[in-house]
Design a protein around this ligand. Sequence first.
Ligand code: ATP
Ligand code: MG
Length: 429
Amino acid sequence: MKSPWSFALVRLAGALAFAIVGGIIFGRVDLWLVVVLGGYLALQLSSLYRLHRWLRHRREEQPPDLGGVWGDVVALVGRIYRRKNFHKRRIVQLLREFRRLTAAMPEGVVLLSPQLEILWFNRTASQLLGLRRKADFGMRIDNFIRQPDFVHYLQSAPQTSPVVVRFGPAEDRYLALQIIPAGDQQLMLARDITRESRLEAMRKDFVANASHELRSPLTVINGYLDQLADDPSVESIWRSPIEEMRRQAERMRLIVEDLLELSKLEASGKDAALDPVDIGGMLAVIRKEVMAREQRPREIVLKLESPARLLGSEAELHSIASNLVSNAVKYTPAEGSVQIRWWSDAEGGHLAVTDTGIGIPAQHLPRLTERFYRVDRGRSRKSGGSGLGLAIVKHALQRHGGRLTVDSAEGKGSTFTCHFPAQRLLVTP
Ligand code: ATP
Ligand code: MG
């Protein structure tokens, strides 16, 4: 296509030539030039006027029918206008879809500025947290949720796990809140976990009550069984069944005791006490106790490499150590050996129990600390284990800010190590 500009130039040249020829033929070239160029200018002005009027009233008026460069400008403006409209409609549509999606989300979403001011939230968030549209925009989130746990969480965010806060006028709702960094800003996810929390509380209560209620009848049964076992008037045919009943009743008593201990650990707040505990002395006593057992590995070595004491709850620390040691003793044959080691370094205090026993196949390691989890049910039943020992260890350790690592090879032996944070170490001469 020929450019409209060459057409416009040809037209201007034609008009000039016409004025010059006319001026030469009829005299007064200057006058002819003025008149012809004036006419040309008037024509351009009228096109400019029509374009201007159309641009101002674009919605109501059809585009003017202008030729040449002006026609091209009209077509270009029309195209830009249509494209802009198209994008606008798309953005509005996307925004609507986004609103619909976030409104349908079961989780509350709040967008926070780097200064933690509320920038935006979805419908669920406004229902869960009682946020009001417009009125609460710009408010700091910690003005809204003032629970110390949440404020502490905000300061230490980002964290992978959510924090649970009680909310609502009667603080009867449990919300799980999580902060996720989103560029400069942060997203806060809120989930109502009232139902789960109530069920969890009911479960804990149930286990605690059931274990407590089972304690007295079991004591009675154990008492009578002990009497029967010692009674010479009982016929010998009953000896073996009574012995078995005693063993099983004792096993039940141990399970109930373990369950009660777990419930107590769960019920007693977050952090363990801060009493200075002499780990070395405690381990020596535990070693002496297991040395007195009939069935035990030949060698039980105690290596105390640190005089440091640990700030914690004596009963819980004893429970941790004795559970690990009795596992090592239980799962190691008589010709094997067990080593108990306590040492400290820059990271904190460490308690390791190593045995040369049967070991644990790798696939069981991740689930070892679950309640009632046993590697070999048949074998554990024989040895009287219930699978609660390591669950107790894990809980008690958590309350001391510690963690458990397990290193084991089937047939070769295992090492269970408890790592305690340096803040709980008490190193005094
Ligand atoms: P409980 O301690 O309640 O009497 P338990 O010893 O069977 O019973 P846990 O102490 O929780 O339960 O241990 C869970 C399982 O882990 C055990 O059943 C056993 O299979 C395995 N296990 C634990 N410690 C060792 C170990 N030192 N060597 C080999 N296997 C082990
Ligand atoms: Mg055990």
